[in-house]
Design a protein around this ligand. Structure first.
Ligand code: SF4
Ligand code: MG
Length: 336
């Protein structure tokens, strides 16, 4: 599989200013602080981390809703930070988003049919008749009825609205869909249905997903590979099975240990992570995870660990990735 999206050294820093008449910069928020990953054709790369780790900012950078402070974003071989005009419009069609909140993301004044057709109108695709036919096809594709096109979003449940959001994203036949916590706002019983629909659509349409989530339980069924983010950087990245079976970063282990194992006999004792996530305005020196890491040594407080290969296709940013005790926990969360 070749890369569809390649992100390299991506950063987004915000100056923090104070003062009313004279503004003085008092600090910098390092929302995204040097992130590299790729999304291969037809795969799902999950970006996972606690809120504030920079995953949504990464999504907005990829969608070109905001400008990076540093780094490059290549899509299908093109540097997206350098293109303009027609090439930019084409990119905007080929990368679509499914939002977290299916209640807030649909305009209540548009019928479902109008909402789904809107991206086609924006991109000048088809005439009215062709768009109407496409809307019907998309509604069936996401498991809704063609007559639903005449209804309004408030007549639908959260899960149905997310299906409408997915149909809208697919209306312009994108290659990459950025999914920003698409099931986090849904009831647990509905989450699996939407995840299964997304997997099914991926297989049928050859889509690639950049799938953002705040815990590893959701991506257990969805991801091919997983990147774990903390305070604006990737701490660990690798294939899902490898990462669940052999997590090499203490932060990944903490996230995995938080997933309840379906078999109580195999559940380890979970030590919750101590302390709070530091402010992205005051990133700790050395390993940025050291203030919460149960394995931190002196070296961790001064020396930044490189994100390096610890097994084929598996990278971790920890000085002691190879020698961490495994604490007897079963991290697999029922995956194996
Ligand atoms: Fe913990 Fe040190 Fe590894 Fe950072 S480098 S994760 S502080 S052991
Ligand atoms: Mg978010």
């Amino acid at each position: 599989m070749s890369a569809l999206l390649e992100v390299s050294g991506l950063a987004r820093h915000y100056p923090v200013k104070k003062g009313v008449l004279v503004q003085k910069q008092v600090g910098t928020v390092r929302a995204v602080d040097g992130v590299s990953f790729e999304v291969r054709r037809g795969e799902t790369l999950a970006l996972v981390g606690e809120s504030g780790c920079g995953k949504s900012t990464t999504a907005r950078l990829v969608l070109r809703l905001i400008e990076p402070s540093a780094g490059t974003i290549r899509f299908d071989g093109q540097d997206v930070t350098k293109v303009g005009g027609a090439a930019m419009r084409s990119l905007r069609r080929r990368i679509q988003i499914v939002f977290q909140d299916p209640y807030a993301s649909l305009n209540p004044r548009l019928t479902v049919g109008e909402a789904i057709a809107e991206p086609m109108v924006v991109h000048g695709i088809g005439d009215n008749a062709a768009r109407r036919a496409k809307v019907q096809e998309l509604l069936r594709l996401v498991g809704l009825q063609p007559f639903h096109a005449e209804r309004y979003p408030h007549e639908f449940s959260g899960g149905q609205r997310q299906r409408i959001g997915i149909a809208r994203a697919l209306s312009v036949e994108p290659d990459l869909v950025v999914c920003d916590e698409p099931v986090s706002a849904l009831d647990v019983s509905i989450q699996a249905q939407v995840v299964n629909l997304m997997k099914d659509l991926q297989a049928r349409l050859g889509l690639s997903y950049l799938f953002i989530a705040h815990d590893l339980a959701v991506v257990k069924h969805m991801a091919d590979r997983i990147a774990v983010m903390y305070l604006g950087q990737v701490m660990e990245i690798g294939g899902k099975r490898e990462l669940f079976a052999n997590p090499r970063h203490p932060y990944t282990r903490a996230l995995l240990a938080a997933i309840p194992h379906p078999d109580p006999a195999r559940r380890g004792k979970v030590t919750p992570l101590g302390g709070d996530v530091p402010s992205p305005m005051a990133v700790p020196p050395g390993c940025r995870f050291h203030t919460r890491c149960p394995f931190a040594q002196d070296r961790c407080r001064s020396e930044v660990p490189a994100l390096r290969e610890v097994a084929p296709g598996h990278n971790a940013a920890c000085h002691f990735a190879e020698t961490l005790p495994d604490a007897g926990l079963d991290y697999s969360g029922g995956l194996t």
